[in-house]
Design a protein around this ligand. Structure first.
Ligand SMILES: Nc1ncnc2c1ncn2[C@@H]1O[C@H](COP(=O)(O)OP(=O)(O)OP(=O)(O)O)[C@@H](O)[C@H]1O
Ligand SMILES: [Mg+2]
Length: 286
């Protein structure tokens, strides 16, 4: 098991009048080389949870294991630089992540920090920028001159340039146009399936959960409410209503059809199969 939270609690501004418990004794085991969605209402603790993975936040209670690294509450964390070379985190607000004068410098920062030569860092930077769909003309621009969606792409490229084993993406498609969002999710899936990366993606988009992820973790009020396979998650829709989650379109259509007398099985998750079921039942009655 590559990532394991063991009774992890997190309190913001501990021992001040502003203290706030954002995670409550979270137990969670995430499988290596899977693509896992982290979902849940706003304020449920998703960003707090994922920021533990590269020790940006350290637990107030409990411990976690990430690859070969162990982080225990109230103990000095060691090897953080090595951990961060293996676990890349793209923040929810990418503007916090970009700080160099030019995009080239920004993209080279990570690789150079982990001991790569300037020349090699530049090659990695260019390759990563291309992967996120931006051409070389951006390299000499200032990150400040980018749109929100472009900043997000550059922040993602900065993490890809480091080639981490675990990619943690906090709402990576927020602010992207629909086509850009699909390109980005496809890229993460490819990195997961072809290059064996473990991918964790925080998202509010159920289409992305259904179409790209293997597993789904639901956070609720600082706790893990459930952890299931994506297929299992979208079969029982009563459960989704209770969580105020609007299911993906194909699941909603299936629900509507079945409410009107069709018998589409609960494991039908793509439009082609759904259409085949409709055609079969219509013909049968026709
Ligand atoms: N720096 C902070 N100081 C104090 N409380 C915080 C801080 N950051 C987050 N919180 C609180 O912790 C809880 C969890 O926040 P978190 O950002 O992890 O939620 P989230 O699930 O990522 O939400 P969203 O979907 O809006 O991004 C919230 O109630 C939030 O108000
Ligand atoms: Mg968040």
């Amino acid at each position: 098991m590559s990532i394991e939270f063991n009774k992890v609690s997190y309190i913001y501004s501990e021992k001040t009048p502003f203290e706030f418990a954002a995670l409550h004794e979270v137990d969670l085991k995430l499988s290596e080389k899977k693509m896992t969605a982290i979902i849940g209402a706003t304020g449920s603790g998703k960003s707090t949870l994922v920021q533990h993975l590269n020790a940006l936040l350290l637990p107030s209670g409990g411990k976690l294991k990430v690859l070969d690294f162990e982080i225990v509450a109230k103990q000095k964390a060691t090897n953080l630089k090595a951990l961060r070379s293996h676990v890349g985190l793209v923040f929810q607000f990418p503007e916090y992540q970009l700080f160099e004068e030019t995009i080239m410098k920004d993209l080279c920062f990570g690789p150079k920090n982990f001991g790569v030569s300037e020349e090699e860092a530049q090659l990695k930077a260019k390759k990563a920028l291309k992967l996120v769909g931006l051409d070389d003309s951006y390299l000499e621009k200032s990150p400040l001159d980018l749109s929100g969606g472009q900043k997000r792409r550059v922040a993602i490229a900065g993490i890809l340039a480091m080639d981490p084993d675990v990619l943690v993406l906090d709402e990576p498609t927020a602010g992207l146009d629909p086509q850009g969002a699909v390109q980005m999710m496809s890229l993460f899936r490819e990195l997961n399936q072809k290059h064996g990366k473990t991918v964790l993606v925080v998202t509010h988009d159920m289409e992305h959960v259904l179409n790209y992820c293997d597993e789904v973790v639901v956070m609720k009020k600082g706790e893990v409410y459930s952890h299931t396979s994506v297929k299992e998650f979208f079969q029982d829709t009563t459960y989704l209503d209770e969580l105020h989650i609007l299911p993906p379109a194909v699941v909603r259509v299936r629900q509507m059809l079945n409410a009107r007398g069709f018998h589409v099985p609960a494991d039908c998750f793509d439009i082609k199969t759904l259409c085949a079921h409709i055609a079969k039942e219509v013909k049968h009655h026709g």
